[in-house]
Design a protein around this ligand. Structure first.
Ligand code: MN
Length: 228
């Protein structure tokens, strides 16, 4: 067997405290998971069933230390999110067993072309172009769950040019980590290497070329990059 052309390189993420790498399989994202962000986007804060969309594995990789401002948008927003990294998976995983699937946690940014998303919502069209573009999901290194525990509370924040824009707490998540894994596994077969973005607190807003962005989940990870 020979390949018609070289296969794409697998996406490998650094793991804090080891030389081993985390090989990425799929990237899932949860929409509207913090009530105060639902309200700022004009939605109903009553808890609704979680819904999911996807990004591409290679979207996790920054361009050097930067986030290249994407084409076809004038309104790209930051969304800081707790990120789950899976070491095992399955289908119909009970919430009571979901923590067994978790390899570690990190922080990431779900960059969103808000103008394209608004147009898609209005037209009842998919979010793919708004969400799954190049470099749209930069993440920190993976921190092992054996170091972080399974964080259910703690500050999640993002600053732009040293001004705090998002300042929430994981305790505000409508759907918690085990519930997200359980729900997602009803729809998809989860597997080692899957990555899950868990939604963003209030304070999302636009970024511009030259902005310096820092974000973190206290006790888990931090991430810094510039918009280039
Ligand atoms: Mn998001």
């Amino acid at each position: 067997m020979s390949l018609a052309f070289p296969a794409a390189e697998p996406v490998l993420l650094p793991i804090e405290g080891t030389v081993e790498k985390f090989p990425v399989r799929r990237v899932y994202c949860v929409g509207r998971n913090y009530a105060d962000h639902v309200v700022e986007m004009g939605g109903d804060p009553d808890r609704e069933a979680p819904f999911f969309f996807q990004k591409n594995p290679d979207n996790l990789v920054s361009a050097g230390d930067g986030f290249p401002y994407p084409p076809q948008s004038d309104d790209v927003h930051h969304e800081v999110e707790l990120v789950i990294f899976l070491k095992s998976g399955g289908s119909a995983i009970p919430a009571s067993e979901a923590f067994d699937c978790v390899f570690g946690y990190g922080v990431g940014i779900d960059f969103t072309r808000r103008d394209l998303q608004a147009a898609a919502k209005k037209a009842g069209k998919p979010w793919t172009a708004a969400k799954a573009f190049e470099h749209s999901a930069p993440v920190s290194a993976v921190t092992l769950a054996s170091r972080t525990g399974h964080p259910a509370a703690g500050r999640i924040w993002l600053s732009v040019n040293d001004t705090v824009r998002q300042d929430g707490d994981l305790g505000q998540m409508s759907w918690k980590v085990p519930e997200i894994i359980a729900e997602l596994s009803q729809l998809f077969t989860l597997a080692p290497g899957d990555v899950i973005f868990t939604g963003t607190p209030a304070g999302v807003g636009p970024v511009r070329r030259g902005d310096r962005i820092a974000c973190g989940v206290d006790g888990v990870a931090t991430l810094s990059l510039s918009v280039i």
